[in-house]
Structures are given as C-alpha cells and as structure tokens.
Design a protein around this ligand. Sequence first.
Ligand code: NDP
Length: 297
Amino acid sequence: MPTSIAFLGLGAIGTPMARHLAIPEFALAVWNRTAYKAQAFAAAHSVRAASSPADAARGAAFVVTCLPTSRDVESLLDGPDGLLAGLEKGTLVIDCTSGDPATSQRIAARLAERGIGFIDAPVSGGTIGAEKGTLTIMVGGDPKLMERAMPVLKAMGEKTVHCGPIGAGDALKAVNNALLAVHIWSAGEGLLALSRAGVRPEIALDVINASSGRSNSSMNLFPERVLTRAFPRTFRLALLDKDVKIAAQVARDERVPSPLIQLTSELFRAAHTALGEEADHVEAVKYLEQMAGGTIS
Ligand code: NDP
C-alpha cells in the first residue's frame, strides 16, 4: 500500500517539491489556497486535489506544509476545514516553510497535545534545487521523527541535517539567508563603487571570484541575473526580508550583538517596501542602484 501524504502550499518552491512526491510509493493529496493551482497540479500528476486542509490531512501519514511564514501555517490549524479537524493521532507534520522558531514551537506544542508529531524542515537550494530534488533540508525536532520522515525528505532533497530541537531548522535557515542578503547587498555596493572608479563589473567579478571575497552572489547571482539585467523571479524579496527579520530576532533573543544583521534587516525591509510583493530577492540591487543614482554596468 502506498503511504498517504498531503502537501499544502503549491508556490514557487512547493510545486517542484510536491512533484517528487507524485510517485507510486506515495498516495498524494495536494491543497492550495487558490484552488485552481491544486486542481491543475492534480490533473497533471494524477493525484488528488483536496478541498480543504482538513480534507488533505484525513488519513495521511505525513502532512508537508510549505507556506510563506509559520504564522500562515498556524492559521491553517483551526476551524471546521482546518488541519486539526483532519489530522489523526500518529500523523507527522513536516513544515518546510522557512519559519520562525517561536511559532514552530507553539504549533508543535498544540499538535503534541493530540499525539501528532511536528518537525520544522526548511529547505535551501532554490527552485532549481527543488526541481532537481537536490535540496538541503535542515530539521528541528525529535531525531526519531526525522528518521520517520526520511522517505519523504529523501524524495525531495539530497542532504538532510538534524540541527537541534524544534525551531533549530528555522533559526539556521534564517541565518543562512541573512548571510545571502549581506552578500547581495555588499556585492552591489562594491560593484557600484568599482564601476564609478572605472572598473567594469565583469572584470571585477572575474577577479573577486578568483579571490577571497567571492560568494554564491558574486559567483552566480550577479553574473547570471544582475549583469544580464534578467532578474528572474524565483524567490521573492518579501520572503528574504522575512528571513532576515527572523535572523535579527533570533540574534536579539539570544542577546548576541548583531549590528550587521539588524542593519541588513532594515535595508531589506526598505527594499521590499519600495519594490513590492512580487519583486525577486536579487532586485534589492535595483533599490541600491536607485539610491546610488546609477547602475552596475
Ligand atoms: P510563494 O509566495 O511562491 O508561494 C506561497 C504559497 O503559500 C502559495 O501556494 C500560496 O497560495 C500559499 N499561501 C500564502 N499565504 C497563505 C495563507 N495565509 N494560507 C494558505 N496558503 C497560503 O512562496 P515560495 O513557494 O517561494 O516559498 C514558500 C516557503 O519556502 C517560504 O517560507 C520561503 O521563504 C521558502 N523558500 C523559498 C525558496 C524559493 O526559492 N522560492 C527557497 C527556499 C525556501 P496562493 O497560490 O493562494 O497564493
């Protein structure tokens, strides 16, 4: 008998992740807030489109969630069509949202009261990693639950790492993305300064990428997305803003002096406000260019 799985949240990364679960080993049900996306996915992959979170969760051994924020996941719990109305004792909820530790802990506690397991399992690797099934998955929670989830996690990712108690995956993901934001912003500042100083960005990146200042941003994002002016929309700036904000909160909660992360959070909030909900994360560079009154060229 195939294992029953529900997948909730067919967004930019949720959709390619869910595709890896549409295999004979699993009986998959998908749910999405905007119903036509779940219906189209179900038709394309011969799986079931659920009519509500409760309908998706009913009878499932695993429920995978992948929404913008932990608060969005929490908001699905209650009500007659909510997750709690469908979840059964013994089910394991795998939350792949890049969430915040405090809300994950609150959700886990509510589920535990009913004998339902929870792990936070945010991912990195972007939409391309999700398509290829090569995501890195960072797990917080009981290691035994992670072990139970491995057939599902292995279908979606290449590397799964147990990070600590509930919320540890969220915290690590947020710090990783704060570093991404720092790299994007600092590379942008540096290349703008260099182009005014007469150094072409291709030349600057050629040298930086053979030197100690290189990063994923300088090696991949700037050559492929900024210099080409392509700025494809794969990961919304709004979501990176949210991630840096979580990292800034984690640092404050832990009483770690963190001026750089706090400032980066302010800068990305300003960029998000200026560029709107649909802008891609790399378009933060456009905001920086507006401030500088020039482009990286
Ligand atoms: P998108 O914005 O593309 O999609 C969000 C999904 O969540 C949509 O299916 C949307 O439904 C649904 N949704 C939004 N709000 C609610 C709500 N209140 N209740 C129910 N459903 C809701 O996000 P992504 O897929 O890009 O990101 C999902 C998570 O994965 C985020 O936490 C993000 O930070 C993380 N992530 C994303 C990466 C990427 O490259 N995109 C990389 C790594 C992590 P609807 O269709 O109705 O709008």
